[in-house]
Design a protein around this ligand. Structure first.
Ligand code: LRH
Ligand code: MN
Ligand code: MN
Length: 424
């Protein structure tokens, strides 16, 4: 399955007149439309290799057909997304769900699809066939040094795969923790984990980053050894300059103020990046922006404020990734929606009148501050996002074109109906 330029041009020609009308009206009202478009054109968010198949819940999995059966097909699927939206030119791999064998061939396939390799993810939360020791009671925290060593070696292996593919970062998410009081000595678990992470950190190439991803609960339900941003920040501060905290939006306790966490991590120079998704209850991994779009906007508002103040580069200084997948939608349509939601939130955040906001804050003018944020949030920026995509060579309406071209139908005829992509 491949989308070629003339299919995109044809689609854009059909929508161009009405798009131009809406775009001109909006651009006319905004002081910085061109600046916003420039930022959107440069923005990329990585697609997780594990989100391309229909996700499961622990109760069931309902395959939608045409799912990628190997890494090559996963790259092809992300190539389709990127051809449509020109904003998802990166793939994040999960080892051993993805097994890169012929590095040169994988690299060249990615290149043909305009993709680079974003963060590599390790997996010490499942036992793999043939594995010597079990992670049932944790991996890097384990009471048995031999289990910790096995987890460290796996992570070093992941780094090696990443080096071959041109990745520059490793994301470590640990399921380690306990489900019952008394099961674990918290301090020993922390210290064992720190020591193990230090060994992995030592193996990182000089230009790599390590992202320490936290999560409050699940699969453990009493304590998690990297359970919140405080613990993650402790680890990354102790590890060194190459270690950062990664914020997965679904990994917080209910009502956590994620935007405040983001602001403070940025202030400390320790924000590594994101796993974007949305949730109502827990780590639901729903489509980004589907439940709490205002929260997403507020997060981007802090990012724009904090990154601009620090002179950070919006494209390269953070790892932007999606971590969403579930069992109802076509996974590719779902990802197109997530990318769109991220771009919308980013564009809205770029519209906030920062000078006026600073003035309102200094004057304790709470009403004005809220008005300024909501003025930006309630602006329909979709024509700006579409214009950015048009200029970058993408489709004005990626989802519409995806359906018009019957991409899923073609994938099913290529790959069959009984496909199960590797992943959760
Ligand atoms: C854990 C998590 C982590 C994993 C992914 C599959 O809940 O968010 O990022 O690597 O899911
Ligand atoms: Mn995640
Ligand atoms: Mn998660």
């Amino acid at each position: 399955m491949h989308i070629d330029k003339h299919q995109i041009t044809q689609h854009n020609e059909q929508l161009e007149v009405s798009h131009r009308r809406r775009f001109m009206r909006l651009a006319d009202e905004l002081p910085n439309a061109e600046q916003v478009i420039g930022r959107l054109v440069d923005f990329e968010v990585a697609i997780p290799s594990w989100a391309l198949g229909t996700g499961g819940t622990r109760f069931g999995r309902f395959s939608g057909g045409g799912e990628p059966r190997n890494l090559e097909e996963k790259i092809a699927d992300i190539g389709v997304l990127h051809a449509l939206n020109r904003s998802s030119g990166a793939i994040s791999l999960h080892i051993p769900w993805d097994i890169p064998e012929d590095y040169a061939a994988i690299r060249s396939l990615a290149q043909q699809n305009g993709l680079v390799f974003d963060a590599m993810n390790s997996n010490t939360f499942q036992d793999q066939p043939g594995q010597t020791l079990s992670y049932k009671f944790g991996s890097m925290q384990h009471v048995d040094k031999a289990v910790r060593k096995q987890a460290v070696e796996h992570n070093i292996e992941v780094i090696k795969h990443g080096i071959e593919l041109g990745s520059k970062s490793l994301t470590v998410w640990l399921a380690d923790g306990s489900s019952f009081p008394g099961q674990l000595n918290f301090r020993k678990a922390f210290q064992n984990t720190l020591e193990s992470l230090q060994e992995v950190y030592e193996a990182l190439p000089g230009d790599w980053k390590m992202f320490v991803e936290y999560k409050a609960f699940e699969p453990n339900f009493y304590s998690t050894t990297v359970g919140d941003w405080g613990q993650s920040l402790l680890y990354s501060n102790k590890l060194g300059d190459k270690a950062y905290t990664l914020v997965d939006l679904g990994h917080h306790l209910p009502n956590a103020n994620i935007e405040q966490i983001v602001a403070l991590l940025l202030m400390e120079g320790k924000l590594g990046g994101f796993h974007f998704n949305d949730s109502k209850y827990g780590d639901d991994d729903l489509t980004t922006g589907s439940v709490k779009p205002y929260q997403l906007f507020l997060i981007f508002n802090e990012l724009v404020e904090g990154m601009d103040n620090r002179g950070m580069d919006h494209t390269n200084d953070l790892g932007w990734m999606i971590d969403a997948s579930h069992n109802l939608k076509d996974p590719l349509e779902d990802l197109l929606q997530s990318v769109e939601a991220i771009l919308i939130a980013y564009a809205q955040a770029l519209l906030v009148d920062r000078v006026a906001l600073v003035e309102a804050q200094a004057a304790n003018d709470v009403v004005r501050a809220q008005e300024l944020l909501q003025q930006a949030f309630r602006t329909d920026v979709r024509p700006l996002v579409a214009e950015a995509r048009l200029r970058a060579g993408g489709a004005l309406n990626p989802l519409q074109l995806f359906r018009e071209l019957d991409v899923r139908g073609q994938l099913i005829s290529e790959r069959g109906t009984k496909t199960t992509a590797t992943g959760l």
